[in-house]
Design a protein around this ligand. Sequence first.
Ligand SMILES: Nc1ncnc2c1ncn2[C@@H]1O[C@H](COP(=O)(O)OP(=O)(O)OP(=O)(O)O)[C@@H](O)[C@H]1O
Length: 273
Amino acid sequence: MNLTIQKSSVVRNVAARTAPQSSAIELRSATKRFGEKTVLHALDLAVQPGEFLAIVGRSGCGKSTLLRLLAGLDDATAGEVTIDNGRVRGVSQGTRIMFQEHRLLPWRTLLQNVGLGMHGEWQPIARKALEQVGLGERGDDWPSMLSGGQRQRVALARALVHDPRLLLLDEPLGALDALTRIEMQNLIEGLWQKKGFTVVLITHDVDEAIALADRVVLLEGGRVGMDIRVNMSRPRHRSSTTFGELTEQVLNRVLQRTEEPSRSMRNGVSSLK
Ligand SMILES: Nc1ncnc2c1ncn2[C@@H]1O[C@H](COP(=O)(O)OP(=O)(O)OP(=O)(O)O)[C@@H](O)[C@H]1O
């Protein structure tokens, strides 16, 4: 089922933002097995340079496995995964990944965390990355001095300092409270609009996917169950009719496939956890 909604203007938006620093992704019949278990089933998926793709789906449907293939942290059992027409072979400089846990080193300052692995005159570059996430004055502080949201900002700076062409986000806002989460969503959206890199975001939150992505893909048992273009101007308003309709379309699809809908879904909450 392809619920394409006024595709042309979205394609135009993506093309306008397309910058040399953004990557194109292609998966062709990508399959991942762990022993007897097939987690990704001959998956075909293409992501345009500069596109913001969100992947949603129930726990265990293969989202993180897919992201690990894109990050070069794991190999497909069969099929092909390419970035900018080159087969993914291990971790690449142009791709950065951010996780739900901040993974900052507690014994290093924020500036040192952001500049980790950099050489030469790295301090001004790391400081600029901290400025971009609103923590320019906090470079000499320690991770323990920050809130959860601020730590995720540093993790974002650590990814952005390398000017990635592809940013992979594995549920990075999952542990944050609702308000901080929206602030971080706005920050990510703003930086993506400014810099033009490609984003693949994994999230359990359909609301977050519709708020941020050009396109939302629903994974079901390691297959693409739904592929929707979100043709709404930015910033998006959750109160709009289109926003509500799109959220419902995705949730309805998940519910049809679920014998025992979770309590959160019956209560109209938009999380797929
Ligand atoms: N290294 C591994 N070895 C064996 N099985 C694995 C491994 N990694 C993942 N799996 C299995 O693959 C399936 C998909 O896992 P994956 O982490 O990709 O799901 P997910 O959609 O990201 O789930 P969640 O939303 O809960 O994080 C699960 O059944 C998981 O147990």
